[in-house]
Write a protein that binds this ligand. Structure first.
Ligand code: T5A
Ligand code: NA
Length: 213
């Protein structure tokens, strides 16, 4: 019997943080860890580059196309809205979703462009009404350290100064409820903490915690 059939919903577990802090690594490990403990879990990521909107975002991130800053922000947001219905269905059916980036990335990155009108409040407003995470795991790391990691530098936003602004914005968005982990620790250590946090959220959701917005 699925968890949904037993009456509980799945949890929405979110990983956030600057580029190369280790989000995707932890998301994959967490989904495996949850599944091996009998918790049905799926890995989702934003941007979801597979949809029509996601393909436009992908072209932009790879600098194949240019776009107005507000316009591309709205596409990132629309990419979350277009998957809202499926997200609600999955959670209601008892599936836990481990999600690699969400609206916090949207706000932290667009606001880092420092364009008139595109402040934190405006950036957040386009996501108002989307489901809120049950647990947000923020991987914290100085920009200088993430720069040393493999693969940095390929895409549009992977520039030192820009990443510094992104981290400043995450600090402004930060709430007490965020679970902040020092991302310079080992992959295994971080996974152990993430699994504890996620199992706690899964249990709360199973026993009736409502989904926020
Ligand atoms: N964006 C996104 C917006 O502007 N608006 C939005 O609304 C959204 C949703 C693409 C870009 O889009 C922007 C933000 C981004 O700039 P993406 O596709 O998530 O976003 O970016 P990716 O390039 O896939 O991923 P990241 O750069 O964010 O990297 P991760 O996932 O944080 O890091 P990961 O796990 O791939 O690890 C990076 C390297 O470090 C190693 C890994 O092995 C890998 O080599 N590593 C560690 N090394 C030592 N110790 C550890 N603990 C380690 N963990 C990982
Ligand atoms: Na990633």
């Amino acid at each position: 019997m699925s968890q949904g059939a037993m009456g509980g919903r799945g949890a929405f577990i979110l990983f956030e943080g600057a580029d190369r802090c280790g989000k995707s690594t932890q998301c994959k490990l967490l989904v495996d860890g949850l599944n091996s403990r009998g918790v049905e879990a799926e890995l989702w990521r934003y941007p979801d580059r597979t949809t029509a909107i996601g393909k436009m975002i992908d072209g932009y991130l790879q600098s194949q196309t240019d776009m107005d800053d507000a316009c591309v922000h709205l596409l990132f947001s629309a990419n979350r809205w277009e998957k809202r219905k499926l997200m609600l269905e999955k959670l209601a059916s008892g599936v836990t979703l481990v999600i690699d980036r969400y609206g916090h990335s949207g706000t932290a990155f667009t606001a880092a462009k420092k364009q008139p009108g595109l402040d934190l409040e405006w950036c957040k407003s386009t996501d108002a009404g989307l489901p809120a995470p049950d647990a947000l795991i923020y991987l914290e790391m100085p920009v200088e350290e993430t720069l040393k990691r493999d693969g940095f530098g390929g895409e549009r936003y992977e520039k030192t100064e820009f990443q510094r602004e992104v981290v400043k914005n995450y600090e402004l968005l930060r709430r007490d409820a965020w679970k902040c982990l020092d991302a310079s620790r080992t992959i295994e250590d971080l996974h152990a903490d993430a699994l504890k946090i996620a199992m706690g959220a899964v249990e709360e959701c199973r026993t009736g915690k409502p989904l926020g917005t």
